[in-house]
Design a protein around this ligand. Structure first.
Ligand code: ARG
Length: 466
């Protein structure tokens, strides 16, 4: 089974890896998607080698042309990937060497350890930008609903019990805040990714006179002033997997957010609530019950969030307890990261599509929010405004609620004299508190759901998301 080693590292081996070992240890089946980043890294590295005189300009140009040709082949789907060659790095290098003899010099002062760290940093910068845009798409869909139906009032909930009235827009703007924090997190991850590992070598750099800053600049690892950013410790550089964990954590937290949003939509679309209808295009039916319309996209968003959390957990567990520096365990870092990226991208699009297509049932919302109990706190505030300590006011309104329950009446329908007997603070105008418009207008502080605030927030988001 074992054969003479063909691998780039095969010099000291008398036998190649067993067939089973090849299958077991290959990563090309999943890391081939790093090809564009790997090629970019190799171009920058060879440009640097020419810059410091380790290779000639002619050799550099030949390597660049060869890399372009290999990448073109990969992108056209004509490249033959070989598991014998383990990973994306060796596949590309071997294909290049077959075309360009000078490619034998490409791996000078470089190891796959700093190479894969570089590829992944380039990947993370790209992935964060993609996800940020997709989440923004979901935010735009949310904002469009606020633009259409934002004037609708609904009960806000705590403990899934009706609490206080809010404009639907206010509820939707809460989603925008959550998603904005997600976007911020991805921009922080992208910034953390923005340091160039090349030059760290396998663990201890190189004896050759390379120019790390040159390579960093070539690859766009620069600060806002264009100054190169290179990692500061060769051992940490090849051992560090913080970014993988940070990226997966940002995806997992986005997952928690989308899952909570999805849950709201599931509840709102149930017959018991009927505040909204979800688009047919993102729902499915039952194979047995003809009447069913199930909120599957929302349920899957909720389900996918579990998967995103699992990926984060895999990475945390993978890295814990590993001795410095690189260990082959770390090859297992890529599948969870790629899965988190792919699923997050998909989920953000599905969230956007589901929200964009939802219909708000204005009448049902109006009926739900007409419940005067939602303004019981306002009645306590009314007493406070008349000099009653809040604890006492709370107690007095509690008695009003009890009376209403006993008589099976709505709060605002109780006989005025009965209510006024419960506390001397209740004036003849106590019932005016149940004017919903009045109650909303009074909520004018920053971050509150009053109409003036909601209008302001709408403008703020419209500007931010335009
Ligand atoms: N495929 C490897 C990985 O993803 C590349 C690094 C290999 N380094 C090594 N020393 N074997 O981790």
């Amino acid at each position: 089974m074992a054969k003479q080693s063909q691998a780039t590292w095969g010099g000291r081996f008398s036998s190649g890896p067993a067939e089973l070992m090849l299958q077991f240890s290959e990563s090309v089946s999943f890391d081939r998607r790093l090809a564009p980043f790997d090629v970019a890294g190799s171009k920058a590295h060879s440009a640097m080698l020419a810059h410091v005189g380790i290779i000639t300009a002619k050799e550099r140009d030949a390597i660049h042309a060869g890399l372009d040709a290999v990448l073109a082949e990969i992108e056209a789907g004509r490249f033959t990937w070989s598991t014998q060659l383990e990973d994306v790095h060796m596949n590309i290098e071997q294909a290049l060497t077959r075309r360009v003899p000078a490619a034998a010099k490409l791996h000078t002062a470089r190891s796959r350890n700093d190479q894969v760290a570089t590829d992944m940093r380039l990947f993370f910068k790209h992935a964060c930008a993609v996800l940020s845009e997709k989440i923004r798409g979901a935010q735009q869909a949310v904002l469009a609903v606020a633009g259409r139906d934002g004037d609708v009032l609904i009960p806000g909930y705590t403990h899934l019990q009706r609490a206080q009235p809010v404009f639907l827009s206010h509820h939707l703007f809460a989603y925008l805040e959550m998603l904005e924090r997600d976007r911020e997190r991805f921009s922080v991850v992208a910034d953390h990714a923005n340091w160039c590992p090349l030059g760290s070598g396998a663990i201890a750099g190189t004896t050759l006179p390379i120019d790390r800053e040159f390579t960093a600049k070539q690859l766009g690892f620069v600060d806002t002033k264009g100054r190169p950013r290179v990692t500061q410790n060769s051992m940490d550089t090849v051992a560090d997997r913080d970014l993988f964990i940070e990226f997966a954590a940002a995806c997992a937290l986005f997952g928690v957010h989308m899952s909570r949003i999805a849950e709201d939509l599931i509840i709102w679309s149930s017959v018991e609530f009927k505040f909204i209808d979800l688009p047919d295009t993102f729902c499915t039916g039952s194979s047995l019950m003809p009447q069913k319309k199930n909120p599957d996209s929302c349920e899957l968003l909720r389900g996918k969030s579990a998967r995103l959390q699992g990926n984060l957990h895999t990475l945390l567990t993978l890295a814990k307890g590993l001795p410095l520096t690189y260990n082959r365990d770390l090859q297992e870092d890529k599948p969870p990261v790629f899965d988190s990226f792919d699923q997050t991208a998909l989920c953000a699009d599905v969230l956007a599509g589901t929200i964009a297509g939802m219909t708000v049932f204005r009448t049902r919302c109006a009926e739900a929010v007409a419940d005067p109990a939602l303004l019981a706190t306002d009645l306590a505030d009314y007493l406070v405004a008349r000099g009653v300590p809040f604890r006492e006011a709370h107690h007095a309104v509690g008695a009003v609620v009890k009376l209403a329950e006993k008589n099976n009446m709505k709060l605002d329908q109780l006989p005025s004299d009965e209510v006024r007997k419960l506390h001397p603070g209740f004036g003849p105008d106590w019932v005016e508190v149940f004017d919903l418009k009045r109650g909303m207008a009074l909520r004018r502080g920053t971050g509150m759901p009053g109409p003036a605030q909601v209008k302001k927030q709408f403008k703020r988001w419209a500007k931010a998301l335009s």
